[in-house]
Ligand binder design. Structure first.
Ligand SMILES: NC(=O)c1ccc[n+]([C@@H]2O[C@H](COP(=O)([O-])OP(=O)(O)OC[C@H]3O[C@@H](n4cnc5c(N)ncnc54)[C@H](O)[C@@H]3O)[C@@H](O)[C@H]2O)c1
Length: 333
């Protein structure tokens, strides 16, 4: 049984990756400081397979070195990060420390323990404002916020460790992640979520009011256009990337998106339609560090990783309804 370390495995996306890995028969060790994650998610997932949990912090090299001092680990999936654009515009130091130095600590612990297979959660925020659409992996990178910059710096370190120390890696640049587990057992527990579709569904279900927090931008309806990818499709790409690296595939960067852009207003109206509710558009405090439009050219991942998205907006919205019906306030801890 192959053993995979999942950093940030108690968080939203990481927990979905853990579930998939367990379902595929891997042994999984979650490493998380629970600063933004939920131990309840790990507890729920224990019934899916062989799962261990280590509470530790990416900022502490000793924590991560102790974890990786285990010859039976096959690969690391590195999700642990802070990922709020707005917060990064106010406290950039948190982002460079947690995300960039955290990734450096991981790379060093991997190098010292001769562990050389890494799947890294990056983001379309590395591109900044798009110069052409759809955005492929050759698009210039010019982050417009410290969050994107912290991830770009991490990518650069990973590429140098790959070239010089022979690491094999897949850098996965996610677009906007939405949805929850189809069986309703795990989902996004943040209150409010920082993610649009989650908040719109919570608004439609009267769990909490929905606030429009996007800036006015230069798009047909004046709200930002983004590419929404379902979390189950997203984690399938991680399994595909692992298989690709195991088969000797070359280290590379892949966009993970659907290839279609939807404005904030289009998403809110689709959520209202699927949930049969009218969602009042109350204006909240405008987020900083956002830009007008971005959506992916996902062809490279489609072809090289032999992966494609399967879920449409409606199935993501329905999975969120199911999650919030069972867990209106998400996990408690
Ligand atoms: N959610 C999105 O739409 C999106 C888009 C692009 C990229 N990403 C990336 O995907 C990854 C997961 O995002 P998410 O939405 O699941 O976020 P999340 O906040 O739900 O999960 C992140 C997890 O990492 C843990 N963590 C943070 N800092 C840590 C540290 N120093 N040590 C140990 N654990 C730590 C948190 O406790 C949390 O459990 C992140 O790397 C993020 O940058 C997310």
């Amino acid at each position: 049984m192959k053993k995979i370390v999942v950093t940030g495995g108690a968080g939203y996306i990481g927990s979905h990756a853990v579930k998939l890995l367990l379902e595929k028969g891997f042994e999984v060790i979650v490493f998380d400081n629970l600063s933004r994650g939920y131990s309840d998610a790990v507890d729920v997932l224990k019934s899916y397979g062989k799962l261990g949990f280590v509470k530790g912090d990416m900022r502490n090299p000793d924590d991560i070195e102790a974890l990786l001092n285990d010859r039976s680990i096959d690969a690391v999936m590195h999700f642990a990060a802070l990922c709020l654009v707005n917060e990064s515009m106010e406290q950039p130091e948190l982002y460079f420390h947690n995300n960039t130095i955290g990734t450096y600590n991981l790379l060093e612990a991997m190098r010292k323990n001769d562990l050389k297979k890494l799947i890294f959660s990056s983001t379309c925020a590395v591109y900044g404002e798009s110069q052409y659409l759809p955005v492929d992996e050759l698009h210039p990178v010019q982050p417009m916020n410290p969050y994107g910059e912290s991830k770009l710096l991490s990518e650069k370190m990973i590429r140098w460790y790959g070239d010089i120390h022979g690491f094999s890696y897949a850098i996965l640049r996610y677009f906007n992640v939405c949805g929850a587990s189809s069986d309703g057992c795990i989902g996004d527990s943040k209150r409010p979520s920082q993610l649009l579709m989650q908040n719109a569904v919570r608004g439609a279900m009267n769990i909490e009011p929905f606030y429009l927090t996007c800036p006015q931008v230069d798009t047909p309806d004046g709200t930002p256009v983004r590419d929404y990818i379902d979390v189950e499709d997203l984690v399938n790409a991680h399994a595909a990337a692992l298989q690709y690296l195991d088969a000797g595939g070359l280290s590379d960067i892949f966009n993970l998106g659907n290839g279609t852009g939807y404005s904030v207003r289009q998403i809110v109206s689709k959520v209202g339609e699927v949930c049969g509710a009218t969602i009042p558009m109350v204006k909240g405090e405008t987020r900083k560090g956002e830009y007008a439009s971005i959506y992916a050219q996902p062809e490279k991942a489609n072809i090289t990783l032999n992966w494609k998205t399967e879920k449409d907006l409606e199935s993501s919205i329905r999975s969120l309804q199911k999650w919030y019906e069972g867990h209106p306030q998400g996990f408690a801890r």
